[in-house]
Design a protein around this ligand. Structure first.
Ligand SMILES: [Zn+2]
Length: 412
């Protein structure tokens, strides 16, 4: 294998990824106007359905433009030996290899952020605005951006520094140490996400005493699930879209409800949505996901350790000698077919878990409010009722609404 062959492998993989995504979203597009299945006929009123169709079409066009800009950007960058140029520039500033690597990723991050910020601005203030989802002000948008940079700098930069130091110190054994470090960091992040990260972006307060809290507690007691930490977050300051999630383990375990969820769903529907989440805990999905994620990380790091020192990979990107950062970039470009396979497998597993969590909610609570709750969430986010099966298979972490309702109805 020569650097040139490897170079064209990288180009081939990038183009293949791009084309596959385009084909999938086009297939989805051709299914937008499929007749609505009978079970879902009450999700939208005619006028709302037309609005959702228009929203999907606009999202489709915008998504295509987005992917097109990214692929052109990255191809131009690679053909102009961009990675080599950034590498040289960083080396002109310092001789310290660790600092060179950090600077290198810093430059790439800023470049990609500069490219994507106008797109995300357009998405928020033009598309989401037009369909009434956006609640973000321009001030909040840029404030979020700046906070995001600091987070990336501290968390991303910090983790990267540790990994580079380990790499310089442990040589070929480094993947294993790196694996342990990443594992610990991800556990800590999940554990303290609500305490440390959320307050940077949102206000949260315990759910007030009242009938909703009573209903949730009653359900939690009935299934023997410890749930005293119930928080409400001001999601409405950015978007009308609603959500709820669990985070943390043990004593840090808590559920967070968006204020938009409380506005849009009835109390029974909220309890049903939480019953689904409790199902994920009871069926040990959180543990399995953690295990699967950890194994994937270990596998990825091991493969990376095999090739990081290869001069061939560096030369494919126009750099004469290997280094941590060039090795990492080349690796991720080449790794994408493998990560596509692991992501498909993870999606298959995740959809299986979603059915199980739905079934748990139906058995321990009720089917009807979960079904109407999911329908309302679908409606208020103008979600797709008729996704193409290939898209569901490749990209959906959840089964389609139709699949979920059909499965729930079979339980009774
Ligand atoms: Zn779920």
């Amino acid at each position: 294998m020569t650097p040139t062959v490897l170079f064209y492998c990288i180009i081939g993989i990038l183009v293949f990824d791009f084309l596959l995504n385009e084909v999938l979203s086009f297939l989805n597009y051709t299914w937008y106007s499929k007749p609505i299945p009978a079970v879902l006929s009450d999700v939208y009123k005619q006028e709302e359905y037309e609005k959702s169709q228009a929203y999907k079409k606009e999202r489709f066009k915008f998504g295509t433009l987005n992917s097109f800009i990214s692929i052109v950007g990255i191809l131009v960058f690679i053909f102009l030996d961009g990675f080599a140029l950034v590498d040289q520039w960083c080396r002109s500033i310092t001789n310290n290899e660790t600092v060179v690597s950090l600077l290198f990723f810093g430059v790439l991050f800023m470049a990609s952020d500069t490219l994507t910020t106008p797109l995300s601005y357009y998405s928020t203030f033009v598309i989401e605005e037009k369909y009434g989802f956006n609640k973000t002000t321009k001030k909040l948008f840029f404030l979020d951006k700046i906070k995001g940079w600091f987070m990336t700098l501290i968390l991303g930069g910090g983790l990267l520094t540790v990994l580079i130091l380990i790499y310089n110190w442990a040589d070929s054994n480094f993947w294993w140490y790196a694996w342990i470090v990443i594992f610990i960091v991800s556990i800590l992040l999940n554990m303290f996400y609500a305490r440390l990260i959320v307050p940077i972006f949102n206000k949260q307060a315990p759910l007030e005493q009242g009938s909703l809290r009573d209903k949730i507690s009653e359900y939690a007691n009935q299934v023997g699930f410890e749930l005293t930490k119930i928080f409400v977050i001001d999601g409405s300051k950015r978007s009308t879209k609603a959500n709820a999630y669990f985070s943390g383990f043990g004593s840090e375990k808590r559920v967070t409800l968006y204020d938009t969820l409380i506005d849009q769903l009835t109390e029974e529907e909220i309890v049903a949505v939480l019953a689904h989440e409790v199902g994920h805990y009871k069926k040990k999905h959180i543990l399995y996901n953690l295990l699967a994620g950890t194994l994937t990380t270990g596998f990825t790091l091991y493969l990376f350790s095999l090739v990081v020192d290869s001069d061939l990979m560096a030369q494919a990107l126009g750099v004469s000698n290997s280094s941590f950062h060039i090795g990492l970039v080349a690796f991720f470009l080449l790794y994408s077919p493998i990560s596509m396979v692991t992501s498909i497998l993870m999606n298959i597993l995740s959809r299986k878990f979603e059915y199980q969590a739905d079934a748990y909610a139906v058995r321990t609570y009720k089917a009807a409010p979960l079904i109407t709750g999911l329908k309302t969430l679908t409606k208020t986010s103008l979600s797709n009722l008729t996704p193409h099966p290939a898209v569901v298979w490749f990209q959906y972490s959840h089964p389609s609404l139709l699949q979920r309702i059909t499965a729930m109805q079979k339980i009774n």
